[in-house]
Structures are given as C-alpha cells and as structure tokens.
Design a protein around this ligand. Sequence first.
Ligand SMILES: [Zn+2]
Length: 394
Amino acid sequence: MGSNYNNYNNDPNRQRPRKRVSKQTLRRRQLGALCVIAFLVLLLVILVAKACSKDSDKGGDTTPTDATTTSTTTTVQQTEALTTVTTTTTKAAGANDSGFKLDKYSIYIDVGGMGIAYVQQYPEGSSEEDEVWSTSDAKIATVDAYGHVTGVSGGECYVTLSSRKDPSKEVMIKVTVTGPANTANSADGDKDTDNKGNNKTNDNEPQQLAEAPAPSKIQGEGYHYEGDVLIVNKTYSIPASYNPGALDPTCNEWFNKLVQGASRDGINIFLSSGFRSYGYQEGLYNTYAANDGVAKADTYSARPGHSEHQTGLAIDVNEVSDLFIGTPEAQWIEDHCWEYGFILRYPKGKQDITGYKYEPWHIRYVGYDMSKKIHDRGGITLEEYFGLTSQYQS
Ligand SMILES: [Zn+2]
C-alpha cells in the first residue's frame, strides 16, 4: 500500500490521485471519528452503568443503542443484590438450600436450660456422624457435639450446623436465652471487673477462682456421695429418672470462666458434650457395644446410668478423641482446670482404677475445695482419694 501511495505522489498528473487520496483520508477520518464517538459512547455507557450499580436500583435511562449492555449490567447487579439478600437471610437463621432440614430454626431457652433442633434431613452424602455444631457466642449459649444447646446468659446468638464432609453446607438456628445477661462474662481478658469490684491483677487469678463452690447436692435415693462429691463410675450409678436436662448451673458458670481463662492464655477451649440424658447415653453405648463389642465399648463409653454426663457435672471439651492427646489445649486443661473447680476425671495410666482409658478431654466439676485437694496430691483420681472401686457388678 505504502509504495502505491508514493507512486501517486510522484505522478505528474496529480489531480485525480489527489482527489482519491483526500477521499481515502476523509474516509479514514470519518472512520476515526466514528471510532472515537463509539469509544466515547461506550465510555459513557460504562460510566452510567457504574453510577447505576452504586445506586440501589435504577437503570435503563440510557440511550436506546446501549440498552442491551446496560440492562445486562443491571441484571448482573440485581443478581448480586439478590445473592447478598439470600446470604443475609441465611445468616439470619432458617431453611436454605444447604440440604439440611431441621424441625425448627429458632430455640428459646432459659439460662441453664437445654434445647435442641432435630435434624430431619441431611445434605446428600452426609449423615448424623458428619454433624459439626458451633455457637456464635459461647457466653450466651453453648452447643455440644450432638446439637444440645445450653443457655449460658441472657441474649441472642446463633448456633450453626454444618457438614464435616462439606463445610459449605451449613444452616443456622437463632437462639434466644431468657435470663440475666452475664456482664462479667462480656468483659475481655484485660478488664477483670468482677463482682468483687477489686482492682485485681491477672497474677492472683487462682485466688479469685478459689470461690468455685461445690455443686448443690441432689436429694433423693440412689446417689452415692463422698462428702460433697457425687460419685458416678462403674460401681456407682445414678437413677435413670435423674434428668436435669442441662449442665449444673454452677458447673456451667465455672466452665465459662475456665474458657475465658484459657482464652487469656491464647488457648481455645470449647464445650463439645455436656449433659447427656440416660436415654441418650443408652443409645450411644448400645451403638458402641454393637460396633466394638461390650468389652471394648466399656473402656471408653459408660453404660447408661453410669455416665458422669448424666449428672450435668461433666464436660467433654474440644476434640473428643485421641487426637486431642498432647495438644496445647489438652496440656492447658491438665494444668489449669483445677483452678476453676474441675478435675481431669480419667488421667493417664489410671485405667485400672477409673475403668476408663486416658481422656484428656473429659473434665468433672467438683468445686475448688475438692479440685485443689486432688491437684495437691498430684492429680489423683476420685477413686484413689476416697478409696473406691470402679467395676461393673455384672
Ligand atoms: Zn466425657
């Protein structure tokens, strides 16, 4: 092309070629101008679309030529808005497309009370074993590994059920706890404004904690007490009818203090299993016994009526399996739970005495008097302390 062009310029008869050149140039210019205009229009469209997306819901007031582009943008934007709304709704508890279906999406309980939302349907490929429960605020309500929700202090929070197999599948339940809000609990680690009103330092924490009282005694027949301490092991059971429905309130209160104390040390402790009814334990034990045989099941699961969890005074924390052994959390529990009135109920190497293998996750509330005695004697067991056996009669 370039050489042709030069030829034209060298042509003596420049009239015609000149005209042709100018026509071409004109066409080019026109094309260029068109391009610029098109570009400007496109720019305008983009700007308008952007302006629209910043506003809530207006669009379509642009030139007809660009209607397609604009409406597409608006649709995308509206879809985004819809998605946001859906996500927000899901967050606000209720049924969604997670695949979970529950019998209810809100729970109303009192402080110390227990509630449960039953799962009626699981996401495809998931089952009961894949349930993962968590709470948005353990100061208001805790939830154990089985979905038992326990009211801690007045307020609202959310309990989430998700699938271990696919954590993106989750459903939320709104929990409303009626009762006094625990203001002491809401204070952060550095602000220890407790009821005593003392300007205490973190150093003398255990002295303040020395107040963890013994839980109140259960009245009636069929309970074995040593002093203030209720004994439940393989030798001593409690009646099937004993069903407080939740953790003992004192135990619950001091567990929350323990959680906060751990948090101050940068350790995350949470409740995995608290109160378990006779019926629930029966189902649990029977399943284990069917799978592993009675002898094996007896080493890690209590027969119904023989579980400390039925007393509302025992808590399994964090990972309820051997994976918990040797973790910083397990170490913290072993070192500090006594400060909050708890003891490690099934210490290492005491299987012949307690009847259970090492369970660093299972703690038992006894109150500070007793927990300190146990601690001072090197973390011995209740069986050793009181000279008791732990053996099934049959
Ligand atoms: Zn346990």
